[in-house]
Design a protein around this ligand. Sequence first.
Ligand code: FDA
Length: 508
Amino acid sequence: IPKLFTQCLEENSQNPIPFSTTFFTPQNNASFTSVLESTAQNLRYLLPSMTKPEFIFTPLEDSHVQAAVLCAKKLKIHMRVRSGGHDYEGLSFVSLIEKPFMIIDLAKLRAIQVDIAHNTAWVEVGATLGEVYYRISEKSPVHAYPAGVCPSVGVGGHITGGGYGSLHRKYGLAADNVINARIVDANGKILDREAMGEGLFWAIRGGGGGSFGIILSWQIKLVQVPPIVTVFTLTKTLEQDANKILHKWQQVAPNIDEDLFFMVQMRAVNSSTPGKRTVQTSYIGRYLGRANRLLRLMAEKFPELGLSKKDCLETSWIKSVPYIYGFPNTTSPEILIQRTISDKVYMKNKVDYMRQVIPESALNSMWKRFMQDDEPMMVWVPYGGMMTRISESTLPYPHRKGVLFKSQYIARWYDGEKSMKKHMNWVRRFYDFMAPYASRFPREAYVNYRDLDLGMNQFNGTSFLRSSTWGFKYFKDNFIRLVKVKSEVDPSNLFRHEQSIPPLPLES
Ligand code: FDA
């Protein structure tokens, strides 16, 4: 297959392709493993038991991507598309349902052109969010882009699924701030917004990656941030009234001034009593303004948190980005252009959208379940603000008005297959436990937090009925429109994976 594919690429590419630096097979190339592993974020999908691709192609220009699509179609080779490799279920570099397969890895297409005069930028999909934030800040300290918290996430996958972050309460999602895109469609053609039409342009801004074509670049809208912002971290353990404060947070964080974003990270830590563990809740926030105004706001709305001047740090927007992600406040923004700054671990994540406050009385039994894992993690991200003002059908991402916060459950481990079952079971049991508090009909989920527990397409076949089980959770009623767009733009289902949007069956 690799030989046929390179021949086909040569025939179909406008410009010559240097195969020695762009084409990697396990047999002929010592770099194959390092390229495969380079951006793969979830180590669970690099375990020896996972099927490896036949080859990896890393295009250097748009016409290489076009040629790769045409050749995949002609030679009937199943493809996976990777930008930043952060897919929770490894769908960009592993195929569980179809073999053999190959990877088109877009990591080398990562140019960023910032146009401050027009408040826009063109960003190629292989760029990371950190690179985007950094390149914008090189041009202006008061411009930003509202996207994810983790700097190593790829722009390609992120925007296709929505993309929330520390600015979504003020400006909406990454996808809400896209004004144009360039995509290679199932016929190998490059289309911009005008050429693709509003249906496809709608679908690629939140309908999930890997279903509609290969995005080459996004034109994004820049937003305003003040020259000085204030960041803070405050921790409370169970012994420090954590439950009371967390109960109040659920009511305050989604409703407070949208210049303020403060999330809660929860972990198990050693308590002051030897041999005992407790829960630590960390409130990590950024306010788009000076500390004195933030302190006044918190004194009025959330005095229980006890935020004081010594907890606050005034800094620039760009320095606040690594801080919010968890780096010390002395970290230089240059870290954002190191593409591999997140620790890689074995993990399984699940998510809920919460539309009602979890009663204080339920929190203790929640902690009992939470503490059953070795390194449990839970992250609550507040919604509200701008998220409530964009309708559910404006884009495929429907989790808007009425969502108080997103609740993510994370199992992490370090010894590969050895303890995998135990941790996976824990996070699944915890998710089951949270059901009474989560959104219902459907129990909503986030397509950028792929979760194959919700269901999977079968080998070489998708069905509307089967994919409805996860489709309505990710997209609510927008799922139906996504299926219609898919049926129009990719009726033969060239772009497919375990949870891709199905086309309606072709009429015979
Ligand atoms: P990757 O390359 O793995 O692609 C993800 C999916 O999109 C795959 O199905 C892939 O085939 C497809 N795809 C990739 N490039 C494409 C392209 N050019 N055209 C079409 N399809 C393409 N999310 C969030 O909203 N806010 C956050 O703060 C975070 N933080 C975060 C931290 C960490 C450590 C992880 C692992 C993940 C997150 N995420 C997140 C989730 C993240 O947004 C999600 O996994 C994105 O899809 C990742 O995009 P990548 O390009 O990195 O992934």
